[in-house]
Design a binder for this molecule. Structure first.
Ligand code: ATP
Ligand code: MG
Length: 431
């Protein structure tokens, strides 16, 4: 069964044309001998008028009886009508049911959030969800294109791992044929191995974190765009981050403008135009303390701190040079002040907070071994990672960008889970 015409294309057709549309019934209204059906497909919604006499009797009876979300084929003529949404409607001659709804469609106006999440497999039919998923796909496509055009090679890394990247607390343990293994939190270490042959690499795949912090910005499974680059220091990688984020915002503004507008949002590329403000951790700490936040040197910023801090900015901004105890062992200490590291987080303005985390990695074998020990980790467990520093090590840097975080910020979603087809959070692995 081939689909001949999409709803969006029907709006480009001449009035009076006889067409067949295939879709799902989103709503139904009856005015005596006239039934209005809203027909939805992946491209839009059109009003279908089923009038007794214009439609054959059997079709009229089917329309009278039809359950919401049934799939149908409708044949008829396109007619302009200023009262119809979009100014066009389809006058039905014949209606055929492809797959009826066997029961009342459970998603109705006014149902609660939990119900919608429990029924996400059905809620996906909402045009709003579909629009967010289209924007998401475009965002990933723009990022990939930009990276490819700038000489980065896409690599695909394993999901089962044995060594933690971001610390043990958020590792998901799995039984790997009787031995412990974990789900990856980041593919950074594998990408670091790949730069010795490919120099500039990226990957786009899920990361898993057993985050018990129930914030509006944490998932337990998220899509992670990670980049690693040989011969790049902190400032080189910050430039890559700025340009990539700008390319995404600018690209979405061009390629998804209509969808973004439908969500009631507008992207202004100026708001993401480089260069971005850069502040050091010590300055960020002062800002927070001046706002009465109880935080001390050495503490990492959590969602609350970042919310307060990022309300002070109208553009994405970098926070750099965190105390080494607030960051993972692989971060390069600043040679001019080894108590801080050469790292950079990119925070989205307006209360959203971190969307990118990155920085320069330690490339010296002895220093890395020392930092592993200082963190009470066992160098033996990082043997292959340390090996990378034994043979032709070079300065290198990288970062990770959360796809759902980016959408959460750009679309001003109420919660990060709205950016996922099927969100995974501590309380939810179903459906
Ligand atoms: P946070 O402090 O918000 O937990 P993080 O410092 O743990 O973030 P990184 O380890 O630097 O984050 O990961 C890189 C990027 O991955 C983050 O900037 C963010 O965009 C995304 N990210 C990290 N953890 C999550 C999560 N639990 N859910 C969704 N996205 C995440
Ligand atoms: Mg985290």
């Amino acid at each position: 069964m081939f689909k001949t015409l999409y709803v969006r294309d029907a709006f480009q057709c001449e009035e009076g044309l006889e067409v067949e549309l295939i879709g799902w019934i989103r709503s139904k209204r009856r005015h005596g001998k006239l039934i209005f059906l809203d027909l939805r497909d992946s491209t839009g919604i059109i009003q279908v008028a089923v009038k007794h006499g214009v439609a054959d009797n059997e079709s009229f009876m089917k329309a009278l009886d039809i359950g919401l979300e049934s799939s149908v084929k409708v044949k008829g003529r396109l007619k302009k009508d200023p009262r119809a949404p979009g100014g066009l409607e389809l006058h039905c001659n014949h209606l055929e049911i492809v797959g009826p709804s066997l029961e009342d469609f459970p998603i109705k106006k006014g149902v609660g959030l939990k119900f919608l999440l429990d029924n996400r497999h059905l809620h996906l039919r909402s045009p709003r969800v579909a629009i967010i998923m289209k924007i998401r796909a475009t965002l990933m496509d723009i990022a990939r294109r930009w990276l490819r055009e700038n000489g980065f090679v896409e690599v695909n890394c394993p999901t089962f791992i044995t060594a933690a990247v971001e610390g043990g607390a958020t590792l998901f343990k799995v039984d790997y044929f009787g031995k412990p293994a974990y789900l990856t939190q980041s593919v950074q270490f594998y990408q670091e191995a790949a730069i010795y042959s490919l120099e500039k690499v990226y990957s786009l795949q899920p990361s898993f974190r057993a985050e018990l912090s129930r914030t509006r910005r944490h998932l337990t499974e998220f899509w992670h765009l990670e980049v690693e680059m040989a011969y790049a220091d902190l400032y080189d990688i910050m430039k890559v981050i700025e340009e990539l984020v700008y390319a995404i915002v600018n690209g979405l503004n061009k390629e998804s403008e209509r969808e973004i507008r439908t969500l009631g949002r507008e992207l202004r590329p100026e708001m993401a135009e480089p260069p971005y403000p850069r502040i050091r951790y010590s300055e960020a700490l002062q800002i927070l303390q001046s706002k009465g936040v109880n935080i001390n040197w050495g503490d990492d910023f959590g969602a609350d701190e970042e919310r307060i801090l990022s309300k002070e900015f109208s553009k994405p901004f970098f926070v750099t040079h965190y105390p080494k105890e607030a960051k993972a062992f692989y971060h390069m200490p600043d040679p001019s002040n080894p108590s801080v590291c050469l790292n950079a987080d990119l925070l989205a303005p307006g209360g959203y907070g971190e969307i990118v985390g990155g920085g320069q990695r330690i490339h010296d074998y002895n220093l890395l071994t020392e930092r592993i020990r200082e963190n009470n980790l066992n160098p033996e467990e990082y043997r292959w990672y340390l090996d990378l520093r034994k043979y032709g090590s070079v300065p290198h840097s990288g970062f990770g960008l959360g796809i759902e975080r980016m959408l959460w910020w750009l679309l001003h979603l109420p919660h990060i889970r709205s950016a996922c087809l099927f969100p995974r959070t501590p309380a939810r692995v179903y459906p």
